[in-house]
Design a protein around this ligand. Structure first.
Ligand code: ZN
Length: 213
């Protein structure tokens, strides 16, 4: 299985400075149909700010571009990003990129709606650390971790999309209510912090995917 490193690990980049590819937009514009090729063009205020050659294969989007890092020579990069399709709640299917980043020796393989340019390759925001635009551990991450710990301690599944487990046998109702409240409070905080930081990057579908609402 092929994969790509994100260059310097621990290197934080602010998402708003990165060019991104949105799998749903590409899909809507027919760019994912096998055999299709062309250029994806970024623009700001009607001015082109960049373009990238792509072609679509069965289950892959192949990107061709040149990068120059740290003032070195231009290098030609061909990156093939796997595509995967998932059933929608409302019928039909929707596409996702399967991130092929390798960070700290581990394959990412996350199913994501967007990949970002930065360093050498287009990778998900986790791999680029763009979710972690601040150097210190962000509050939402800490909050989610706390909530997930409480969720699993109650015998449930981690993640906001899941419902909180029922009261375990032998636990006081009051204790259970307090834990429930803490989970919800942490998750509210996390959602708020996350959205206030990255709302401009998320489509409604992505918000649904990340937060289940
Ligand atoms: Zn990734």
């Amino acid at each position: 299985m092929g994969g790509y490193g994100s260059g310097r690990s621990g290197y934080s980049q602010k998402a708003e400075h990165l060019k991104s590819l949105d799998v749903n937009r590409l899909h809507r514009e027919g760019c994912l149909s096998p055999g299709r090729r062309g250029y994806w063009i970024w623009s700001r205020d009607g001015t082109e700010t960049g373009r990238i050659a792509y072609h679509a294969e069965e289950h892959h989007l192949v990107l061709d571009y040149k990068v120059r890092l740290y003032g070195g020579e231009w290098k030609t990069i061909t990156q093939s990003i796997p595509l995967t399709y998932a059933e929608c709640n409302y019928g039909g299917t929707r596409p996702y990129f399967r991130c092929n980043g390798i960070v700290n020796g581990r394959h990412c393989t996350r199913r994501v709606g967007k990949v970002f340019a930065g360093g050498r390759y287009f990778l998900c925001r986790h791999c680029h650390n763009v979710a972690y635009a601040s150097q210190s551990e962000p509050r939402y991450d800490r909050m989610l971790r706390r909530a997930n710990k409480l969720r699993t301690a109650l015998g449930g599944e981690p993640g906001i999309a899941h419902s909180i487990a029922a009261k375990p046998k032998g636990m006081w109702q009051r204790t259970y209510q307090r834990k429930r409240f803490e989970i919800e409070w942490c998750e509210n905080q996390a959602t708020h912090h996350f959205l206030s930081k990255f709302a401009h990057l998320l489509s409604p579908e992505e918000r649904e995917m990340y937060f289940g609402h």
